[in-house]
Design a protein around this ligand. Structure first.
Ligand code: NAP
Length: 334
């Protein structure tokens, strides 16, 4: 059967999505971005991945976040994206902001991981081939490599931009002090770091507590939050046990032992506050991040179009009263 040609929704920029500027740059990201860490690998159906990606773009999500090793299997999320790029998104390439990263384990041997020039240079070429694109919009060092000189990793990022393989560069999960040196090196080489990607959600507020957010702001970079729903914990999905088709049940990074009685009590208390606000817990968790203008975007994961729609509703109310913020703090200290 021949599939109909994908035509994006004509009202995709009128459906309520707003775009925030990343620091002092020309980068404008949708407040909600979609990440392909899970749910887009070769263990998932291509038709399901296509449905989610089409739906996201139809609703104004123009930023898709990838990495060399997303899947499973490693590389397969980029391959899925590459197939959809070819079949659907190619005419809209200039509307899309596509990221990828290198730094975690990807291929065997000493160069398939961390931050050497050899690893980064090989990885970006592989990613471009898998994704069927000539360049990515932003290329990240996925994690700080304490063994390779920082200058080597940073110079590789600079050269990747000079070679036209990425337009911008970013840092992911770098500790505060190293990030400071990295910002400086990149700035001095005229390829400033314009996005810092960090884990930030109601349960993990380290980027605010460790001044990473403040640092990004001072350096003229945007901050983009990953795992904003704590991989699904900050939704109503685990309130009545562990659903069979959930990330926790599938095994992987989110383990059942994360759901301690204390965590469950916090989820229940947060869920009550969300309901009083007329939101789902997922909506409130995203709105809580987006209330802060220094958060450029939140990267959600979604295993269905329905989850994506629920998450997009967060944009309808990102204001919190002092009383609600107090209640949230109390819920978190349970
Ligand atoms: N830089 C880094 O090192 C790094 C690390 C991790 C992630 N990231 C990026 O951040 C992206 C998002 O990370 P994440 O997947 O952990 O994000 P997340 O949004 O915190 O978790 C996504 C999971 O939450 C559940 N979910 C989402 N919306 C829901 C809703 N409305 N109701 C109920 N459940 C819902 C789904 O779980 P089920 O599958 O159980 O349905 C979904 O797979 C990744 O794809 C990646 O692009 C970057």
């Amino acid at each position: 059967m021949i599939e109909p040609i994908y035509r994006p929704a004509e009202d995709r920029y009128q459906s309520g999505m707003k775009y925030r500027r990343a620091g002092r740059s020309g980068i404008l990201l949708p407040e909600i971005s979609l990440g392909l860490w899970h749910n887009f690998g070769d263990v998932d159906t291509l038709s399901g991945s296509k449905r989610k990606l089409h739906h996201a773009f139809d609703r104004g999500i123009t930023h898709f976040d990838l990495a060399n090793n997303y899947g499973p299997s490693d590389g397969s999320a980029e391959e899925t994206f590459g197939q959809i790029m070819k079949s659907s998104f190619a005419p809209y390439r200039d509307e899309l902001f596509i990221s990828t990263k290198a730094g975690h384990d990807m291929w065997p041997g000493p160069y398939g991981t961390w931050g050497s020039r050899k690893s980064l240079m090989a990885s970006i070429d592989q990613s471009l081939r898998r994704m069927n694109v000539e360049y990515v919009d932003i290329f990240y060092s996925h994690r700080y490599d304490p063994e390779t000189p920082l200058e080597e990793t940073m110079q590789a990022l600079v050269d990747i931009v000079r070679q036209g393989k990425a337009l911008y560069v970013g840092l992911s999960k770098y500790p505060y002090d190293v990030a400071g040196r990295a910002y400086q090196y990149l700035h001095e080489h005229d390829v400033p770091c314009l996005l810092y990607q960090g884990r930030y959600n109601l349960f993990n507020q380290a980027p605010a507590q460790e001044h990473i957010l403040e640092q990004a702001h001072e350096q003229g970079a945007g901050f983009i939050a990953f795992s904003p729903l704590a991989q699904g914990l900050l939704t109503s999905k685990y309130l009545k046990g562990i659903p069979k088709d959930s990330r926790m049940a599938r095994g992987g990074f989110l383990k059942p032992d994360a759901l301690t009685p204390e965590v469950l009590a916090r989820i229940e208390a947060l869920n009550d506050i969300a309901l009083r606000r007329g939101q789902t817990l997922a909506e409130m968790a995203l709105a809580w991040l987006l209330k802060d203008e220094t958060v450029t975007s939140v990267i959600v994961g979604a295993s269905s179009v329905e989850q994506l729609d629920d998450n997009l509703k967060a944009l309808q109310n990102t204001n919190f009263s002092e009383e609600e913020l107090k209640e949230i703090d109390e819920a978190l200290s349970k």
